[in-house]
Design a protein around this ligand. Sequence first.
Ligand code: ATP
Length: 339
Amino acid sequence: MNPEPTVLLLPGDGVGQEVIPAAAEVLIALLPHVRLQQAEAGWACFQKHGSALPPQTLALAREADAILFGATQSPMGGAPGYSSPILTLRKELDLFANLRPARSLPGLSPRFDLLIVRENSEGLYSGRERPIEDGFVAERIVTARASRRIARVACEQALRLATRSGRRPHLTIVHKANVLKRSDGLFREQCLAVAAAYPDIRVDELLVDTAAMWLARDPGRFQVIVTSNLFGDILSDLAAGLAGGLGLAPSANIGDAQSALFEPVHGSAPDIAGRGVANPLAALRSVVMLLRHWQRDAEAANLEAAIERVLREGPHTPDLGGDATTEQVTHAVKTLALG
Ligand code: ATP
């Protein structure tokens, strides 16, 4: 690991401009040797420079040890030449695994602490749509290589999570192989083959519809779920809803290379942007994921405990029923994390 790692801040649009500075403030307080850089991306950037992800931003992203990404606003109905910076970054940096943890709010039941490992590079997000008579066909791509590599990430994450929780590692493979016999059949078969090399992990499988039902009814039965792109997108928002909403949900995008991108799941939230009341906890939890990715487990545990305490005792932003500002919540978390 680089002794002075660089973190590139890409606040983007809307509340990204509020929660990423908060995340940077806490990160630098915990790891003062980190070098912070900042660059432009998103809709405002597109309007200014004609590109949502200018070449200099992409170059800095390639060199950084990690990226903290806020949110970007997509123009309604699209705009000629505009393409989503996050999709481009995932592709260009080959960040094929999207990690989305969700845990129950302190003191509330049902209790759960789970991780959805979503395949990020193919599935229905191939971007290949072609016209047919009276409609369009969207290609859903499943390859053995991408299925194996996402299964490997999920198994490694299951082991890491189990070490922290003291539970036996448990992996659930989620698919729709009864209908998508060949494509999801391949995904299922490759995941099972990879998981067979991890005898300590209890492995089971569920059809995606059954998985959605069990997530809503008894999320505590899950530890790590591995699934394809669209199913992961939907299930992780369901899990985020159970876990207290978008203001709390973090995510990481990782690949085989060192660099990784961390982002709150929420968007630019134009309805509350600019008022200083965005919940910074999803962005701060994304910092916890960054710290864990760098194996700074002590700092990650301190920050996580600080966030849990603020969730229990306040202060809370309006989305959680409070009247605190982004700045007040950030300050409370930082003070507790520095202990
Ligand atoms: P976008 O087009 O950028 O995805 P959106 O409004 O469709 O924007 P989100 O930005 O995710 O989607 O917002 C969905 C809802 O959740 C909004 O009501 C928003 O105010 C709320 N929300 C999102 N992020 C936060 C946050 N950090 N704190 C508080 N509320 C939030």
